[in-house]
Design a binder for this molecule. Structure first.
Ligand code: 5GP
Length: 130
């Protein structure tokens, strides 16, 4: 069965998209730790990060680098943090999270955003994506 993220790539499930290319896709996390919390995924469905081929892993990291640069330009923060967990959704995803405090990377405190705020964040980060 297709993962929830594969359904997001196909558009079957809506998302606040940031960027995509042939192999990778970036979109806002629906239950963010902080404003601008973004997920970057390979389009090919794979469960665990280190089950990706080295080439696909490198491609995912390169794409994540570009997304992180766009987040830094858009969201005021001390730095952009990166985490890969995957215990909830079995489709590899890199969390890119604007950090101002350690709690922003701990997946405990969440931020509630309106759909208008999600749209504005996605548009802002997308505009700065190069
Ligand atoms: P993990 O698998 O790394 O523990 O976390 C999965 C992440 O995916 C969570 O941060 C969760 O909020 C996010 N997530 C789960 N379902 C959806 C969804 O349907 N849309 C979006 N945009 N994010 C989701």
């Amino acid at each position: 069965m297709a993962s929830i993220f594969t359904k997001i790539i196909s558009g079957e499930i809506p998302s606040y998209k940031i960027a995509e290319d042939e192999n990778y896709f970036a979109f806002l996390d629906i239950n963010p730790n902080a404003k601008g919390h973004t997920l970057v995924i390979p389009k090919r469905e794979e469960n665990k990060l280190f089950d990706l081929s080295k080439e696909e892993y490198d491609g995912l990291m390169s794409f994540s680098y570009r997304v992180a640069k766009a987040i830094e330009k858009t969201i005021p923060c001390k730095r952009v943090g990166m985490s890969v967990i995957g215990l909830e959704v079995p489709h590899v995803h890199v969390h890119l999270i604007p950090l101002n405090a350690m709690s922003d990377i701990q997946f405990i405190e969440k931020v509630k955003l309106s759909s208008e705020e999600f749209v504005a964040l996605a548009e802002g980060i997308s505009t700065n994506f190069q």
